[in-house]
Design a protein around this ligand. Sequence first.
Ligand code: AMP
Length: 282
Amino acid sequence: MTGIAVFETVAAMCTAVAGWHAAGEQVALVPTMGALHEGHIALVREGQRHARRIVASIFVNPTQFAPHEDFRKYPRTFDDDCAKLADAGADAVFFPSVEEMYPPGFATRVLLLGPAAAGLEDRFRPTHFEGVATVCCKLFTQSRADFAIFGEKDYQQLKVVTRMAADLDLGIRIVPLATIREPDGLAMSSRNRYLSDEHRALAPELHRIMQELAARLRNRESLFGAVTDAQGAIISAGFELDYLEARHAETLAPVTSLADGPLRLLLAARIGSTRLIDNIAV
Ligand code: AMP
């Protein structure tokens, strides 16, 4: 007994949403992969500011994982997730199987340019965003939701999905929400549970170093020098750094000075076998 409606088929979800729309109620979709934390619940609360009805989807989407990535071991905590969503006042969970989303013969991908090819996550996860965009496009058209709520935690993803929704006239408004952090500054993430105690204690350094970098940039220090120092500090702290870059906050285009702004700092770093991403505004 979960206390919240669970739809396992597209048809069941569509019927519920159509009923709400017929009653004049708007619907916000909160797409997730489950293993929910306070960041996800904040998305539900943001959705409630925009729409009467909230559908959270829980789908660990195989097409956005590379073969060597953690699809199989990605944390799955369905009962606990449903209890949290019910507590938050969400109306329904869409919980499709892989076969429901990708029936035999499925052969389509969304081709992305622009922010998806900015040379950040896409450099390390070359097929990731086409998987994200394909599943989001399906979720948006399946649900016919009026709003979809996305976290700034996955900043490049937010830009990719916003661009796609506009470019393909998907008729849904993408609403961003600021990153929710632990008290020590670590961005909440389902993958934080992979961290050993030692690595968990080190992980907030990423946010601290980015904040220090943002402060230096606001003080008009040289972009190249300040970014290089911050990259060095991350490596000295014991991380393997995939990237730390300042980019244009809207287009994600490379920048050479503060005058190219507004700027956003984006990073990905690995510690042990866990890969962490984060970003902040300058
Ligand atoms: P995930 O389940 O990790 O695929 O994330 C589902 C949604 O939750 C995405 O829109 C994420 O950006 C968002 N999200 C994840 N972590 C956070 C966080 N710490 N703060 C805000 N949003 C988040």
